[in-house]
Write a protein that binds this ligand. Structure first.
Ligand code: C2E
Ligand code: CA
Ligand code: CA
Length: 722
C-alpha cells in the first residue's frame, strides 16, 4: 500500500493567523489545507482524504463543538483524530470538546512545536491503532527496561502501586510516597496535568489504544524533570477498565538538549527566552535580539548525500556558530550572554541578551553569514551551505516571547524570498508579505495543475555573423487575475515549495518539443540550440538525468541540441556531486552553461573541473561595460583559456555590441536583438533570417538598431511599463 503525506485540515475563521502555521506544517511534509468555517470543513472532509483536523472552537455560525459532534456521528476518534483549538481561559470549552469526542486540544496563541507534537502524537496513535495488536503492546510494556519507574493502578479501589524506582527518580525513598494516585498527579506541572488526566481518561474510555504522554514532574529538589508516561488498561469482558499499568521514563536530557548537536533545544531555548524577555521588560538601558537562521540548501544536501552527511553538516554548523558567537562576544561591547539553540531540522536560533542597539545584532548576523561562507569539510567533501537569517528586536509592545520568535521567523522568511543567503530585520510589513506569499504559493500550485504557463524565447546571436544560434526558453505565468507574471516573482517561491520540479519539467519538455519543430522547418548549420534554465532544486533532483533522457526521446530532439543553464549557486552547496551530474549529462551529449557568471561566490576554484560548454556573462557587467570593461574582459579571457563559448547577456545597444566584439566576445543576447517573445514571435525571427540578403554579413547589419525595440513594442511582455 502506498501512503502519501499525512493530510491535515485546519478549520479557523481567522485565516490570517493561520498562515505561518500552514506554511510550517507544509515544510514538515504535511499536506495542510484551510477551511474558514464549519460548513466548508464538513464538505471538505466529505470529499477529501483527511487524516487529522485542527478545529477552532470559537467560530461564528457553526462553532467548533458543533462541527466536532457532527463529525463524530461518522468517524470515531481513532478514525479521525480531532484537535481542538481553544482560548486560553476557556476550560469549559475543553471539557465539552473532550466530552464530545475530541482527541486533544491546544490553546491560543498556538505554540507551533506544541501543536506539531500533538499532531504527531495523534497520528502515531492512529497508526498504532491500525497496526498494533493489544498483545504486542502489553508485551512491550512488560519488557521495558529497569530504568523506568513502574506503576499499577487499581482503578476500582483507586489505589496505585509505585515501584521503588518510580519514587527514586523523583528523589524519594520507598516509604515516603503513599499509594494515593495523587502522589503522581499533584507533582505534574500545572501546564501539563489537565492533558495527562484527559489522556488517561480517554484511554480508560477506550478512545485510544494506549496511553502515552510527555509531561514535567516535580523532583524533590524543586526542579522539574521531563517524563515520558505510557500505560495500558486491563478490561473486563464488557470492555470496562478495572486496572491500568504503565511506566514513566526520564527524558529530560533529550528534552532540553538537542541530541545531535549538543546545543539547547527548543524547550530550553524557550525557557531562556522567556526569562530574558521578562528581564528586558524591567530594564530600559539594555535590550535583546533574537536571530533566526535557516539553511537554504539543506534539503538538497540531505537528499543528494544522505542523512548521515546532512547530520554531520548540522553538527559542523553548530560548532561554527558557537565559535562565531564566542569571537563576536569578545569583539563587541556586549557581555557574553547568548544562547544558541537548534529548534529542529535546519533551524537555529540565537538569543542575544544585554545588547544596546540593533547594530549589535546586525554585526553578529553579518559575522555569522561571513563565517558560514567558508567551506565545510564533511566526510572528505567540501560543502558550501548558505543561510537566511531573520532578526527581531525586543520592544515593549511585545506581549510574549512567542511573538518575538514568530517575528524573527517571519524576517528569516523574508530574507529567503529576497534571494537567500542574507539577513533581514523584522518590520511590520513583512507579515503582510508573508501572507501575500502564501496566497501566491496556493495560486501557483493551482496554476501548475491548470498549466497556466507559457514559454517565451529569446534569441542568442553570433556577434560575428549575426546569425541565430538558438533560443533561451524563459517561462511566463499567465494568471487570470495577476496577468502575465515574470519569473522573478514566482521562481523563488516555486523553489521553496518544490513546485519548481514539475514546472521545470514542463518548461524543458515544451522547449524541446518547440525546438524540434523549428529544426525541422529551419535548416541551420550548426542546428539551432535550445537553452533551458535549471533551478538548483531541479538540477540536483535525483531523476534529472532520466527525465532529460525521456524528454529528448519523446520529443525526438538530439541530445546535442539541448543546453542546460545552471547558476553557480546551484553547484555550490555540493560541488562534487554537481561535477558528477554534469559529467553524466555531458556523456549523453547535453551541453551545460554557467548562467549569471561572475555573480556567484567561490566556485571559481571548481570551474576548471566542471565539464562546461559556455559561460554567460551576467547582464550587470554588460550594462556597465562602457564605464568599466575589466570584468567582462577577464571573463572572456577565462572562457577562452578553458575552451568555452562566452555569451554576453543583457545587450541593449549598438555601443555595447561593438565593445563586446572588440573584446572578442562571440555570442550575445539582449533587448538590442529581441526581447523574449512567444513561440510565434520567435518563428517570425527565424523566417526573417531566412530572407536576409547575403550581402548583409555582420550582426549590426542584420539586427539594425531598434530591432529589439520593435519587438519589445509588439510583445509588451509584462505590460506597458516593463
Ligand atoms: P536569466 O536566465 O538570467 O534570464 C535572462 C533575463 O534577462 C530574462 O528575464 C530576460 O528577459 C532578461 N533580459 C534579456 N535581455 C535583456 C536586456 O537586454 N536587458 C535587460 N534588462 N534584461 C534582459 P526573465 O525572463 O524575467 O527571467 C528572469 C530569470 O528567471 C532568469 O534569469 C532565470 O533565472 C529565471 N527563469 C526564467 N525562466 C525560467 C525557467 O524556466 N526555469 C527556471 N528555473 N528559471 C527561469
Ligand atoms: Ca538563463
Ligand atoms: Ca542570466
Amino acid at each position: 500500500m502506498i501512503s502519501g503525506p499525512d493530510t491535515l485540515l485546519i478549520v479557523d475563521d481567522d485565516t490570517a493567523n493561520c498562515d505561518l502555521m500552514l506554511r510550517r506544517l507544509r515544510k514538515r511534509g504535511f499536506e495542510a489545507s484551510l477551511a474558514s468555517d464549519g460548513r466548508s470543513a464538513l464538505e471538505w472532509i466529505n470529499s477529501h482524504q483527511v487524516d487529522l483536523v485542527l478545529l477552532d472552537v470559537q467560530m461564528p455560525d457553526m462553532d467548533g463543538v458543533q462541527v466536532l459532534k457532527t463529525l463524530r456521528q461518522t468517524y470515531t476518534p481513532a478514525q479521525l483524530p480531532i484537535i481542538m483549538v481553544t482560548g486560553k481561559a476557556s476550560s469549559d470549552d475543553v471539557v465539552s470538546a473532550l466530552a464530545a469526542g475530541a482527541n486533544d486540544y491546544v490553546t491560543k496563541p498556538i505554540d507551533f512545536p506544541v501543536v506539531l507534537a500533538r499532531i504527531q502524537n495523534q497520528l502515531s496513535r492512529k497508526r498504532a491503532e491500525e497496526a498494533l495488536r493489544e498483545s504486542e503492546e502489553r508485551y512491550a510494556l512488560a519488557s521495558r527496561g529497569a530504568n523506568d519507574g513502574l506503576w499499577d493502578w487499581d482503578v476500582v479501589r483507586n489505589k496505585m502501586y509505585f515501584s521503588p524506582r518510580w519514587k527514586a527518580m523523583l528523589g524519594w525513598n520507598e516509604d515516603e510516597i503513599s499509594d494515593d494516585p495523587d502522589e503522581w498527579f499533584r507533582r505534574i506541572h500545572p501546564d501539563d496535568v489537565d492533558r495527562v488526566r484527559a489522556d488517561i481518561a480517554a484511554h480508560l474510555d477506550e478512545a485510544t489504544p494506549h496511553y502515552e504522554d510527555e509531561y514535567r514532574m516535580l523532583h524533590r529538589d524543586g526542579n522539574y524533570l521531563w517524563m515520558l508516561g505510557r500505560g495500558l488498561a486491563v478490561r473486563n469482558s464488557s470492555g470496562k477498565a478495572y486496572r491500568m499499568a504503565g511506566s514513566q521514563t526520564d527524558i529530560t536530557r533529550g528534552k532540553v538538549v538537542d541530541v545531535l548537536t549538543g546545543l539547547p533545544n527548543r524547550v530550553l531555548f524557550m525557557d531562556r527566552l522567556s526569562r530574558s524577555f521578562e528581564r528586558a521588560r524591567r530594564r530600559k538601558d539594555k535590550t535583546l535580539a533574537l536571530i533566526f537562521l535557516d539553511l537554504d540548501s539543506f534539503k538538497l544536501i540531505n537528499d543528494s548525500l544522505g542523512h548521515m552527511m546532512g547530520d554531520q553538516l548540522l553538527v559542523a554548523i553548530a560548532g561554527r556558530l558557537e565559535a562565531t558567537l564566542r569571537s563576536t562576544d569578545s569583539v563587541a561591547r556586549f557581555g557574553r550572554n547568548h544562547t544558541i539553540a537548534r529548534l529542529g531540522g535546519d533551524e537555529f536560533t540565537i538569543l542575544l541578551e544585554d545588547i544596546s542597539s540593533a547594530l549589535d545584532a546586525t554585526r553578529v548576523a553579518e559575522r555569522i553569514a561571513h563565517d558560514l561562507s567558508m567551506p565545510f569539510m564533511v566526510a572528505g567533501q567540501e560543502l558550501f551551505p548558505t543561510a537566511s537569517i531573520g532578526i527581531a528586536l525586543y520592544n515593549p509592545s511585545y506581549q510574549s516571547p512567542q511573538e518575538l520568535l514568530r517575528d524573527a521567523d517571519t524576517a528569516m522568511y523574508s530574507a529567503k524570498s529576497l534571494g537567500k543567503g542574507r539577513y533581514e530585520i523584522f518590520d511590520a510589513d513583512m507579515r503582510a508579505n508573508a501572507i501575500a506569499r502564501l496566497q501566491l504559493e496556493t495560486e501557483l500550485r493551482r496554476g501548475i495543475e491548470r498549466k497556466e504557463f507559457e514559454n517565451f524565447y529569446q534569441v542568442i546571436v553570433s556577434l560575428e555573423t549575426g546569425r541565430i544560434l538558438g533560443f533561451e526558453a524563459l517561462v511566463r505565468w499567465k494568471n487570470s487575475s495577476r496577468g502575465i507574471v515574470p519569473p522573478k516573482e514566482f521562481i523563488l517561491v516555486a523553489e521553496e515549495t518544490g513546485l519548481i520540479v514539475p514546472l521545470g519539467q514542463w518548461v524543458l519538455e515544451t522547449a524541446c518539443r518547440q525546438m524540434r519543430i523549428w529544426q525541422s522547418r529551419f535548416a541551420n548549420d550548426p542546428p539551432l540550440m535550445i537553452s533551458v534554465n535549471l533551478s538548483a532544486r531541479h538540477f540536483l533532483q535525483a531523476d534529472l538525468l532520466q527525465h532529460c533522457r525521456a524528454v529528448l526521446h519523446d520529443t525526438q530532439l538530439s541530445y546535442s541540441s539541448l543546453n542546460l543553464e545552471v547558476t553557480e549557486s546551484a553547484t555550490m552547496p555540493n560541488p562534487e556531486s554537481a561535477i558528477e551530474l554534469m559529467n553524466q549529462l555531458k556523456s549523453l551529449g547535453i551541453k551545460i552553461a554557467i548562467d549569471d557568471f561572475g555573480t556567484g561566490y567561490s566556485s571559481l576554484s571548481y570551474l576548471h573541473r566542471f565539464p562546461l560548454d559556455s559561460l554567460k556573462i551576467d547582464q550587470v557587467f554588460v550594462s556597465r561595460i562602457m564605464e568599466d570593461d575589466e570584468i567582462v574582459r577577464t571573463i572572456i579571457t577565462l572562457g577562452r583559456n578553458l575552451g568555452l563559448k562566452v555569451i554576453a547577456e543583457g545587450v541593449e545597444n549598438l555601443e555595447q555590441v561593438m565593445k563586446l566584439k572588440e573584446l572578442g566576445c562571440e555570442y550575445a543576447q539582449g533587448y538590442y536583438f529581441s526581447v523574449p517573445v512567444s513561440a510565434e514571435g520567435a518563428t517570425d525571427l527565424l523566417l526573417a533570417q531566412k530572407h536576409w540578403p547575403d550581402s548583409l554579413k555582420t550582426a549590426c547589419e542584420r539586427w539594425p538598431v531598434g530591432t529589439g525595440a520593435i519587438h519589445r513594442m509588439i510583445n509588451t511582455e509584462f505590460g506597458p511599463h516593463s
